[in-house]
Design a protein around this ligand. Structure first.
Ligand SMILES: [Zn+2]
Length: 367
């Protein structure tokens, strides 16, 4: 399976294991945040700010609550903490078509709980809280046309995922309820008011689930350059990411229909579909950027969207009537990798170090 990490469209022998269900699942799970970020507004990069504030450590370590108070006492209330910077900011969030006002800390609790497994290391969760706060501030200053009366929405296909405490606690069950609630409380409160800035503006703090060994630059994926969204190495791997490798198989007919709809000039008349695929262009990290198919050059991000792949880092193989994509990672690959953040935290890196790893040049501070 190592071969999936890079390069060419080839032709060999792979059986059809996953077809429509896999594709549908991938479409649902893959395009939520990534698509939203494509709609994000433009930041005009200027010059680099000096690195600044040190991220405060949490007030205490994560308590071992497994032998402490009963789980039912875990913070189910959504009352904001008084006197914090986050609690002084009220925003309007569109949730399931209805606008709801809440404070930044209330909102962020639900974002961190929805966007990252609470079992992750606390430093990864703190990095996620800062990234989510930053994206929220970015969205507040770059309103989305999708919800003109709300600053942000809970649809990860547009902004960021969000889940209520009630729903999240129900999913955690009794065992993890208190520990996880406290971890997310700490992730949000210990980073109160902290966000990433570039030229005094909140950055477009894109994040994704898992990269394929390296993140991708925004320029490569979205065609727009952001100085703090560049390609950096990312340590997560097969051992730490569920479904790090995935496959999607389609029939030649399905492939032709979808591909020719987007690229009508492509020539897919060769009887052996192995002949459809040609040269692959890769980035500096060896991840594919574009691929020649039927004589036209197709962007791997477009192919990802077309076939509902979990990421744009894939190879293609053809056998008989079946075409199989072998995919590595999950998400658009830009900005912070969530599994990479957890891997870095496990190496002992702090949230501040994780954030400066994935958003180089951005300044971490309170407004
Ligand atoms: Zn939105």
């Amino acid at each position: 399976m190592k071969r999936h990490a890079k390069q060419s469209a080839t032709q060999s022998v792979i059986s059809c294991k996953f077809t429509l269900l896999t594709a549908l699942f991938s479409v649902l799970m893959t395009f939520l945040l990534p698509l939203s970020l494509l709609t994000a507004g433009r930041i005009t990069p200027v010059s680099l700010q000096p690195a600044a504030a040190v991220l405060p450590r949490p007030a205490s370590d994560v308590p071992d609550t497994r032998s402490a108070a009963p789980a039912s006492s875990a913070g189910t209330a959504e009352t904001p903490e008084p006197g914090t910077r986050d609690s002084a900011i009220t925003l309007t969030v569109e949730l399931n078509g209805k606008n709801r006002k809440m404070t930044m800390d209330q909102y962020l609790w639900g974002v961190v709980a929805a966007e990252m497994p609470a079992a992750f290391d606390l430093e990864a969760l703190r990095a996620q809280a800062v990234a989510a706060r930053t994206y929220t501030l970015y969205r507040m200053s770059h309103p989305s046309k999708h919800h003109p009366k709300a600053h942000i929405c809970g649809d990860s296909g547009c902004c960021q995922a969000w889940i209520s405490r009630k729903d999240r606690l129900a999913e955690w069950g009794k065992k993890g309820r208190e520990e996880y609630t406290e971890k997310i409380n700490q992730a949000v409160s210990s980073t109160d008011g902290l966000a990433l800035y570039y030229r005094d503006e909140p950055i477009l703090s894109a994040f994704h689930a898992a990269s394929a060994g390296s993140t991708k630059s925004a320029l490569e994926v979205w065609g727009e350059d952001y100085p703090y969204l560049q390609e950096v190495s990312s340590p997560e791997d097969e051992g730490s990411v569920p479904n790090y490798y995935s496959t999607v198989t389609v029939s030649k007919k399905e492939f032709s229909q979808l591909f020719l709809h987007a690229y009508p000039k492509a020539d897919l008349s060769a009887p052996d579909c192995a002949d459809w695929f040609g040269k692959v262009t890769s980035d500096q990290a060896g991840l594919p950027v574009s691929m020649e198919i039927g004589g036209v050059t197709a962007d791997t991000g477009e192919i990802r969207t077309m076939f509902g792949l979990r990421s744009a880092s894939f190879t293609v193989e053809c056998q008989g009537d079946q075409i199989t994509f072998y995919v590595t990672g999950y998400g658009h690959g830009v900005g912070m990798s969530q599994y990479g953040a957890n891997a870095l935290a496990k190496q002992g890196k702090t949230a501040e170090e994780i954030l400066s790893w994935y958003y180089p040049g951005a300044e971490l501070r309170q407004k």
